[in-house]
Design a protein around this ligand. Structure first.
Ligand SMILES: [Zn+2]
Ligand SMILES: [Zn+2]
Length: 394
């Protein structure tokens, strides 16, 4: 069986929702229109609407039967600060903001599933539809958890889904254990002493020290982390100087560090502090680092992965379910929800190269052909997990 026929019938309407959301992208904690859109749709389906968690977050609650079990399904709603390069009719109307990560599609698929489940109620228990703001950089998932998401809406498990360019359209992928990396950011300030470019010996050259630091940071992963563990340290900004003939006082470096295991994350941070101190001593300058742990890794639990695979298999067939996949060094704030509850985060293929641009690319677009597949996965997961006749205790 491919998708659920009633959801196929919603395909045109879901496509219209998705393109409307795509045309009106909003970034972290400013998803006011998107939040209104979601709340209005949910209440028109007969789903109970709760607003205000993490500012623009929306939780829809749907009950059926008398079962006391509950699960959470989560979609993210935010866009990115990207100038859209696409020229199609549904391109961004908010210049400088773009749904370049497909969260417009995620929101739409969860709305489609909510509509179908509200109409059919072929399950026994409670589903909380979690529409989360600010996935990109700002950790809206963490804020929802801190605002009491799971105290207000208790669930035994929580599930997430992200579209994935590079996986054939409509295939689904999941695996137990670590699937995505931790995400940290750092800012390093190197303070030397400015000097005439022709007389550098009168100063302390912060640019030379900064260059040495960038090079030395590369040895942390290659020499300090076990070759069978994964980590990455990327310096993404190097700011210094204003003119041709002056050595500046100060250099600022910024970047991101990632790892698949918490112990490797800690090792990388410690090694970075040592390298900063060493470069400061070697060059006679001051080096200070601000290191901020942003997102923990995505860690799927085996039982919930098995539930996800069962639902995927029913929707697309076992031959299209991918379980032999590699983790990625990308990160996701759904990890904060997975730290609180067991669950599974899955990838839905958005198309291979030539069909889909990569995430965060200005030419990216969510593939509307996969909307019914994602929505059917959500519905099937609910109907199987909270099946009528299942025992009331998990
Ligand atoms: Zn993204
Ligand atoms: Zn994303």
């Amino acid at each position: 069986m491919p998708t659920i026929p009633r959801i196929d019938a919603l395909h045109a309407e879901m496509t219209a929702w998705r393109r409307d959301l795509h045309a009106h992208p909003e970034t972290a904690f400013e998803e006011a229109r998107t939040s209104d859109f979601v709340a209005e749709k949910l209440s028109s389906f007969g789903v109970e609407v709760h607003r205000g968690l993490a500012k623009t977050g929306v939780v829809g609650t749907l009950r059926a039967g008398s079962g006391r079990r509950a699960i959470g399904l989560r979609a993210d709603m935010d866009a990115l600060h990207v100038h859209e390069a696409n020229t199609f009719a549904h391109r961004s109307r908010n210049e400088g903001r773009m749904h370049a990560c497909g969260h417009d599609g995620h929101t739409t698929m969860l709305l489609g599933a909510a509509r179908h489940l509200a109409e059919t109620r072929a399950f026994d228990g409670t589903v909380h539809f979690i529409f989360q703001p600010a996935e990109e950089n700002e950790g809206g998932g963490r804020v929802m958890v801190e605002d009491g998401l799971f105290e207000k809406f208790p669930v035994e498990a929580v599930f997430g889904m992200h579209n994935w360019p590079g996986i054939p359209a409509g295939q689904l992928a999941v695996m137990p254990g670590i699937m995505m990396a931790s995400f940290d950011i750092f800012e390093i300030k190197i303070t030397g002493r400015g000097a005439h470019a022709g007389m550098p010996h009168h100063g302390v050259d912060a640019i030379v020290a900064g260059s040495a630091l960038v090079q030395a940071l590369q040895a942390i992963v290659s020499r300090g982390v076990s070759p069978v563990d994964a980590a990455v340290v990327s310096v993404t900004q190097f700011h210094a100087g204003d003119t041709w003939n002056v050595l500046p006082d100060e250099v600022t470096l910024r970047g991101s560090a990632r790892a698949l295991k918490p112990e490797v994350q800690a090792l990388v941070e410690g090694a970075m502090r040592r390298v900063c101190d060493g470069v400061a001593a070697a060059h006679g300058c001051q080096v200070t680092m601000r290191y901020e742990r942003r997102y923990p890794p995505i860690i799927n639990t085996p039982k919930e992965v098995a539930m996800a695979i069962a639902a995927m298999t029913q929707v697309i067939g076992a031959d299209k379910v991918l379980t032999d996949i590699q983790p990625t060094m990308g990160a996701e704030d759904f990890a904060f929800m997975l730290r609180e509850r067991p669950g599974a985060y899955v990838w839905l293929g958005n198309g291979v190269a030539g069909e889909s641009r990569m995430l965060h690319n200005p030419g990216y677009d969510f593939n509307d052909e996969i909307l019914p597949i994602g929505a059917s996965y959500w519905v099937t997961l609910v109907e199987q997990t909270l099946s009528k006749g299942a025992l009331d205790s998990p």
